[in-house]
Design a protein. Structure first.
Length: 120
């Protein structure tokens, strides 16, 4: 019971990522942050100790995006390591408008939980 009481106090969420979901009709600007990742250090075959089949994604694009109404501070470069090797990332920022149809679609996607019984 004590853990259930203390858990909300221990979890901290950045203010820049709270209450920043783009809304239809909101006059605030929308910022799109795209983090692009590129494979730089391919793992050699001798490090595949379990003999798992590995694909070589050197030429495949990989990245993710954040759409928010709040500007984020500078995002420093950071190393990412995957089963395929080390990756370097670069950031891209853009101001984008959100149409009412897109806002409704995004709200439906993010308001439904993929796990039954999980709070949204």
């Amino acid at each position: 019971m004590l853990i259930r009481f203390l858990l909300p106090c221990l979890v901290q969420f950045p203010d820049q990522l709270s209450n920043c979901f783009p809304q239809c009709g909101n006059p605030s600007p929308n910022y799109l942050y795209y983090i692009d990742m590129e494979l730089t250090n391919v793992l050699p075959d001798y490090q595949n100790a379990r003999g798992r089949p590995c694909y070589r994604p050197e030429d495949e694009p990989l990245g993710f995006g954040l759409l928010t109404t709040k500007p984020l501070h500078h995002i420093p470069t950071f190393p990412i390591f995957s089963r395929s090797g080390g990756r370097e990332q670069s950031n891209f920022t853009s101001l984008v408008p959100v149409a009412p149809v897109q806002a409704d679609t995004n709200e439906q996607k993010h308001s439904t939980s993929p796990w039954p019984g999980h709070p949204t």
